[in-house]
Design a protein around this ligand. Structure first.
Ligand code: UDP
Length: 481
C-alpha cells in the first residue's frame, strides 16, 4: 500500500505518431509539474523529439524521465530511423512500422511489470494495456487525443446508421441524437464505419476498453463544446477529463523542431515580423499528409493568385520540385509575398504571431485546437482519419471556418481524392483573408474561443480543475490499495 509521503508514479505510453506523442508528453509534463513521478515510454528516436523539454523539467527538479526501447526495425524490414508515422513516406512503411510497434508489447509489459507504477496512462492504440492494468490492479487511463464532438457523432452513427438510409454517397443526412443539427455525407465517413474491416476491428477493441478503463482523457476543453462534453459523459464514458488546450498548459518546445537547423528563431518568424497584423495565411496539413505534385501546384497557384501573404509548410519527399511553377520561389521572395517551409515548422509560434490571420489546414484535431487557441479562423480541407468530423465542429457548431474540398474521405495520408483546383482555393482564401463581414465575424468568434481557451487552463479554469481532480483521485486510489 502506498504511503502519503510517497510520490504517485505514473507511466505514460504514447502511440508513435506526432499527433499522439505531442499531447501525451504534454500530459506527462503536467503531471510531473504537480508532484507526480512521471515516466514516458517510447523508442530511442522519438525520445529525441522531446528530450530537451524533459531534460529541462528534470533539471528544474521535477521527477520526470523517459524509458527508451529499441524499435525492432530489422525484424520487420523497416529502415532504421523510421520510428513514427510522420516519417513514413509510403503505406508499406506504415504497415511495417505498425508491426514493429506491435512487437514492442512484450518489452513494454516487462518494464511496467518490473516497475509497478500506480497508474498507466495509455494511448488509445494500445488496447492491451487494459489487461495489464487489470493484472497489476492499477487504474488505466485512456488518452483519446480528440474532442467530445467526434465521439458523440461516432456514437450516433453507430446507433442510428443514418448513412444507410440515403440513396447516394454525396447525399447529406442529418445525424440524429446530437445537441445540434449536424449534416454529413456518406463519402465523408471512414471506410470502417460503412463496412467491416481489420481496422474497424481494432477500433471496436479500443471502444471495448472504454468501459474497462478507469477513465478517459480528452484533449479538448469544456467551454469549447459544453453540450458535447456533457453528451459524451452520457453516451460514452461518465469518467472523463478534458485537459486541453495542452499547448497553452505546458511551456512546450515544438516537437520535431530540433531536427532542423538548430537556430534560435526560425527565419519564418522574422519574416512574419515584417507583415501586418492578421494579414498572413498559414498553410499546413499536419505531420503526415502527402499531396500529389498536381495538387501542390494548384495550391501554389492559388496562393499567388489570391495576393495574400502566406507561410506554406510543404511535406514532400524527394528532390524534384517540378510541382512549383517556374520561378515561383524567387517571385514570392522578391515580392515579399510568401515563405515556403520544406520540413517541420514551429506551428505554435507561427499561429501565435500577430501577423497570422487565418489557417488553411486539414482539420487534424491538434491543428484545429491550436488554431482556435491562437484565435485564428480557418479554411478547413478535411482529408482522412476523423478530419471530416472536426471540420463539422469548426464550420457547423463553432462557425469559425469555411470548408473546401471534394468531401471524399481518403483511406490514408496519400491523398487520392479529386483535386481541389486553384479557383476553389483562391475563392476560399480571398473570402477568409479579404475582410468580408462574414469572415470578420468568424475571426471574432475564434478570438472569443481563444479567450475561453486561456481561461480553461488558468487557475480555477475547467481544464486546470480537471487535471487537479484527476491527480487527486489517482493519489487517493493509490493510498487505498
Ligand atoms: N506540427 C508542427 N509542425 C509541422 C507540422 C505539424 O508543429 O510542420 C504539429 C502541429 O502543431 C500539431 C501536430 O504536429 O500539434 C499535428 O497534429 P494534427 O492532429 O493537426 O495532424 P496529424 O499530424 O495527425 O495529421
Amino acid at each position: 500500500m502506498a504511503t502519503k509521503d510517497q510520490k504517485l508514479s505514473v507511466v505514460f505510453l504514447p502511440y508513435l505518431a506526432p499527433s499522439h506523442i505531442i499531447p501525451m508528453v504534454d500530459i506527462a509534463r503536467l503531471f510531473a509539474g504537480r508532484g507526480v513521478a512521471a515516466t514516458i515510454i517510447t523508442t530511442t528516436n522519438n525520445a529525441l523529439l522531446f528530450r530537451d523539454s524533459v531534460n529541462h523539467d528534470a533539471a528544474s527538479g521535477l521527477n520526470i524521465s523517459v524509458h527508451t526501447l529499441k524499435l525492432p526495425s530489422a525484424q520487420v524490414h523497416l529502415p532504421e530511423g523510421i520510428e513514427n508515422f510522420g516519417q513514413c513516406t509510403s503505406p508499406q512503411l506504415m504497415a511495417k512500422l505498425g508491426y514493429a510497434i506491435a512487437l514492442l508489447q512484450n518489452p513494454i509489459e516487462e518494464f511496467i511489470r518490473d516497475n509497478r507504477p500506480d497508474c498507466i496512462v495509455s494511448d488509445m492504440f494500445f488496447p492491451w494495456t487494459v489487461d495489464l492494468a487489470d493484472e497489476l490492479q492499477v487504474p488505466r487511463i485512456m488518452l483519446y487525443p480528440s474532442n467530445s464532438f467526434f465521439h458523440c457523432v461516432s456514437h450516433s452513427l453507430r446507433l442510428y446508421a443514418p448513412h444507410e438510409k440515403v440513396l447516394s454517397d454525396s447525399e447529406d443526412f442529418l445525424i440524429p441524437g446530437l445537441p445540434d443539427e449536424i449534416h454529413m455525407a456518406r463519402s465523408e465517413l471512414q471506410d470502417h464505419v460503412k463496412a467491416k474491416s481489420r481496422y474497424g476491428d481494432l477500433i471496436n477493441s479500443i471502444r471495448e476498453t472504454e468501459g474497462r478503463s478507469y477513465g478517459i482523457i480528452l484533449t479538448s476543453f469544456y467551454d469549447l463544446e459544453p453540450a458535447y462534453s456533457d453528451h459524451f459523459k452520457k453516451v460514452v464514458a461518465s469518467k472523463c477529463w478534458n485537459l486541453g488546450p495542452l499547448s497553452l498548459f505546458t511551456n512546450r518546445d515544438n516537437v520535431g523542431q530540433k531536427n532542423n537547423s538548430g537556430e534560435e528563431k526560425h527565419s519564418c518568424l522574422s519574416w512574419l515580423d515584417t507583415q501586418k497584423p492578421n494579414s498572413v495565411l498559414y498553410v499546413c496539413f499536419g505531420s503526415m499528409v502527402q499531396f500529389s505534385d498536381a495538387q501542390l501546384t494548384q495550391i501554389a497557384l492559388a496562393l499567388e493568385a489570391s495576393g495574400h501573404p502566406f507561410v506554406w509548410v510543404v511535406r514532400k519527399e524527394g528532390k524534384s520540385e517540378s510541382w512549383l511553377p517556374e520561378g515561383y520561389e524567387e517571385r514570392m521572395g522578391r515580392d515579399n509575398m510568401g515563405v515556403i517551409i520544406k520540413g517541420w515548422a514551429p506551428q505554435l509560434e507561427i499561429l501565435d504571431h500577430q501577423a497570422v490571420g487565418g489557417f488553411l489546414n486539414h482539420c487534424g484535431w491538434n491543428s484545429l485546437l491550436e488554431s482556435l487557441t491562437a484565435g485564428s479562423p480557418l479554411i478547413s480541407w478535411p482529408l482522412f482519419a476523423e478530419h471530416f468530423y472536426n471540420s463539422k465542429l469548426s464550420t457547423q457548431v463553432l462557425k469559425i471556418g469555411v470548408e473546401i474540398g471534394p468531401r471524399v474521405w481518403n483511406s490514408g495520408f496519400e491523398i487520392n481524392s479529386p483535386l481541389v483546383g486553384m479557383d476553389e482555393l483562391t475563392k476560399a482564401i480571398t473570402f477568409l483573408m479579404g475582410g468580408s463581414p462574414e469572415a470578420v465575424e468568424m475571426r471574432q468568434r475564434a478570438e472569443e474561443i481563444s479567450i475561453k481557451a486561456k481561461r480553461a487552463v488558468a487557475e480555477g479554469g475547467r481544464s486546470y480543475c480537471d487535471l487537479k481532480a484527476l491527480i487527486e483521485e489517482l493519489k487517493a486510489y493509490a493510498l487505498q490499495k
